[in-house]
Write a protein that binds this ligand. Structure first.
Ligand code: PLP
Length: 424
């Protein structure tokens, strides 16, 4: 079997993660912050917050909020930041995790909404943001990379423009928050603990060239494997991430990181018990309690914590390079075949490790099924929960077949997939 569906979920957890999770579920289950015995559960969620904060350069781990994943995080951020009468911008390649909550607010008359038109390959000129801004524009929501086209969007540039106009920003980092991409969230992360800058220092120490000359100034994204570095420079208010893709954790885990000012401004969207300030019928104002009602998914938090600790030890340092090579090899192979249309930029360096295709004369679902039944290759077909991205690419409503790669994918797998496509 060849697994080519990493963009949906990472199917195999690292043995270290599996061991820690197994040990944990074999022992007693306690509820964080609900009693003195719950201290251990609280320590686990703190461990996850610390790991996430270190990976994404967030100065205060309490600004890491744990949720069931990117969908919940985006719903919380959109509903917590958008107010009646606001004009909201989002791109034309958003996942339904963003598109549906926004569309719901638009339909009930709460907000005005404009989709920023990306090119058919998913790319976006940052000036499109400036041109779309109106007097009442208050929120910009963007995916970091399209889960259909793979294209990495210039989020730092777009958010820098939004900041000029005092517009709040939400980033859907479901496809990029991983050990593969270096994302620096806080401005103060420059020169602090961000993995992005640790990596660059390591490259310099080895005598290699730093990818941007080493200036590390805010709002930059570079081409090549270096395009995997995104310095948000403090211009992002909320960054949503998921645990079950590139972070190597469990399904149903994830969260968001939030800026200090946004944390004060954002309304809680889910309310309930926190084990704190119980004499009040309002949610606590402090973090993380303001955004974390109910019993937390401690095992999900543990998965994220252990997996990120491995990432931070450099265990998966070379993955971006590996994924770029595989994606480029796959695209080069596809280009030699007739009747195949490749969507996205066709440039591995400007993309996450996925390629969507349409084969002339084949329904996407049938092709995906044939690849699985005849060749044991697991892909994902259809609209990938992102109809807007398919409309942008011109593959709506029939969809496409998406191949996505990860740490377990080999060059041999790529060649087998190409051979299988050639035989179909
Ligand atoms: C771009 C994008 N956003 C959001 C999501 C939703 O993530 P989660 O499964 O954590 O809710 C996905 C997952 O497929 C995604 O690809």
């Amino acid at each position: 079997m060849i697994y080519a569906n990493y963009a949906a979920t990472t199917h195999v957890l690292s043995p270290v993660v599996v061991k820690e999770l197994r040990d944990y579920v074999s022992a007693a289950h306690l509820n964080a912050a609900r009693n003195f015995e719950g201290l251990e559960a609280g320590a686990i969620t703190l461990r996850a917050r610390r790991a996430v904060a270190k990976l994404f350069g967030v100065a205060d781990p309490l600004r890491v909020i744990l949720t069931s994943g990117a969908t919940q995080s985006l719903n919380m951020a959109i509903n917590g930041l958008a107010s009646p009468g606001d004009h909201v911008l989002a791109t034309s390649v958003e996942h339904n995790a963003t598109a549906r909550p926004l569309e719901c607010l638009r339909k009930c008359g709460a907000i005005e909404l404009d989709w920023l038109r990306c090119e058919p390959d998913g790319s976006l000129d940052p000036q499109t943001v400036r041109k779309a801004i109106r007097k009442n524009t208050k929120l910009l929501v963007m995916t970091h990379a399209s889960n259909v086209l793979g294209t990495i969007l210039p989020v730092a540039e777009c958010f820098t423009i939004a900041r000029e106009y005092g517009i709040r920003t939400i980033l859907d980092a479901a496809q990029t928050a991983s050990g593969t991409f270096s994302i620096a969230f806080d401005k103060s992360a420059l020169g602090a603990s961000s993995l992005a800058f640790d990596k660059r220092r390591a490259i310099q120490a080895e005598g290699g060239a730093s990818e941007d000359g080493g200036s590390g100034s805010g709002g930059s994204e570079r081409a090549g494997p270096g395009a995997a570095e995104t310095d948000l420079g403090g211009c992002c208010d909320v960054m949503a991430f998921t645990g079950h893709k590139g972070l190597g954790g469990l399904a149903g885990s994830g969260g968001f990181v939030i800026g200090e000012d946004a944390a004060a401004a954002m309304r809680p969207w889910i309310r309930g018990g926190t084990g704190s300030v119980s004499d009040s019928l309002d949610m606590p104002e402090f973090l993380p309690d303001k955004f974390e009602p109910g019993t937390q998914n401690t095992i999900g938090a543990l998965g994220i914590a252990v997996s990120i600790e491995e990432i931070l030890r450099g265990v998966v340092e070379k993955i971006r390079e590996h994924e770029c090579k595989l994606t480029a090899r796959f695209i080069a192979g596809l280009r030699t075949m007739k009747k195949i249309t490749i969507y996205g930029t066709g440039d591995a360096a400007r993309s996450v490790a996925l390629v969507s295709i349409v084969v002339e004369g084949y329904d996407a679902g049938d092709l995906s099924r044939q690849l699985f039944e005849k060749h044991g290759i697991i892909t994902r077909s259809g609209l990938h929960c992102a109809p807007l991205a398919h409309m942008t690419a011109g593959t709506y409503p029939s969809g496409a077949v998406r191949f996505s790669f990860g740490s377990g994918t080999t060059e041999g797998d790529i060649d087998t997939m190409l051979l299988s496509l050639a035989r179909i």
